[in-house]
Design a protein around this ligand. Structure first.
Ligand code: NAP
Length: 285
């Protein structure tokens, strides 16, 4: 039995869809916070269970009988993510789960300026200490995030960033498909497993791609941390959100998202989607 949390979300919901092409529905269960959001899985013949990391009492039955358990990382930037993940990992160990898989991030590191990277590193340590076989799916940054991160360049012709750095912008659906292939393979991927696109362009290079997509010149302005924060706040972005995003740019400038790994292309048996694909298809959020 493969149990998947976060299936009402975009990433693990897509992972379930891809997994259904590889294993029978009877071998899959989803553990969700809100069962009323999971009707489509019942319709597909998938068992739906209630499971919320913030309510430990729900987890023993949610994780019961799991040979593999895919844990989603918390999506709440204000929650104590590591504490939630600790509760989930402890419950998985108590339930006798065979292998825990976890949706981590490329560049997981306790000293990263990118907040989630610190939570992912701490969670990977919990997994390493759990005594259970584990796989950390270190996903590249979602490429579709460029559609908000780059601002309104389609109207203004200008991309304004605090600092430049390379990032391995990766399609969320490619990551979901790879996760399904890894789950269906039944093991063999131990510890940190990096899933990225095949290139890590800088924002200067992305600006050149944006110019080609727009069919007109787009200008890149690299304004520094303080001016960029001031601009964001003047435009109405909450300071907490702007600070979070600034950490992303700072981590990129430190090269923390610069690596590319051939594993994703190997698993998919095709080239992963690219930044150009993301800029040409701006509808996803
Ligand atoms: N690689 C990247 O660039 C990137 C970008 C953004 C986020 N992420 C991380 O990747 C994860 C998956 O991404 P996504 O796009 O699928 O996000 P999403 O659409 O927001 O889905 C998050 C899922 O996590 C579930 N969840 C949240 N808190 C939970 C808890 N306490 N217990 C159990 N389930 C909980 C949510 O349940 P509900 O449906 O009930 O809310 C939802 O199903 C995110 O949670 C985040 O940690 C990665």
């Amino acid at each position: 039995m493969i149990v998947i949390t976060g299936a009402t979300g975009a990433l693990n919901g897509a992972t379930v869809d891809h997994l259904l092409t590889l294993v029978p529905a009877s071998e899959i269960a989803v553990a969700v916070r809100d069962i009323s959001k999971a009707e489509r899985f019942t319709d597909l013949g998938i068992t739906v269970r209630h499971g919320d990391y913030a309510d430990a009492a729900t987890l023993p039955s949610a994780f019961e009988g799991a040979d593999q358990l895919l844990l989603v990382s918390s999506s709440d930037p204000r929650a104590d993510a590591v504490d939630l993940h600790r509760v989930a990992i402890d419950a998985a160990v108590a339930a006798g789960v065979g292998r825990i898989l976890y949706t981590s991030h490329q560049g997981a590191g306790l000293d990263s300026p990118f907040n989630p990277a610190r939570d992912h590193a701490a969670t990977e340590q919990l997994l390493a200490d759990s005594g259970v076989a584990w796989t950390s799916l270190r996903n590249g940054f979602y490429a579709h995030s460029l559609n908000w991160l780059l601002g309104d360049w389609r109207q203004t012709g200008v991309i304004t960033i605090p600092v430049d750095g390379p990032m391995s912008w990766t399609s969320r659906d490619d990551e979901a498909e790879a996760a399904a292939i890894i789950l269906a393979s039944g093991g063999g991927f131990d510890g940190p497993t990096t899933l990225t696109a095949s290139a890590a362009p800088t924002f200067a290079e992305i600006t050149a791609i944006a110019s080609e997509v727009a069919g007109s010149d787009v200008e890149l302005r690299v304004v520094g941390d303080a001016d960029w924060m001031a601009l964001q706040i003047a435009q109405g972005t909450p300071e907490f959100v702007a600070g979070f995003t600034l950490g992303t740019f700072q981590a990129a400038a430190q090269g923390r998202f610069a690596g590319v790994d051939p594993l994703l292309a190997e698993l998919l048996s095709r080239e992963p989607h690219t930044v150009r694909d993301a800029l040409e298809a701006p509808a996803e959020h």
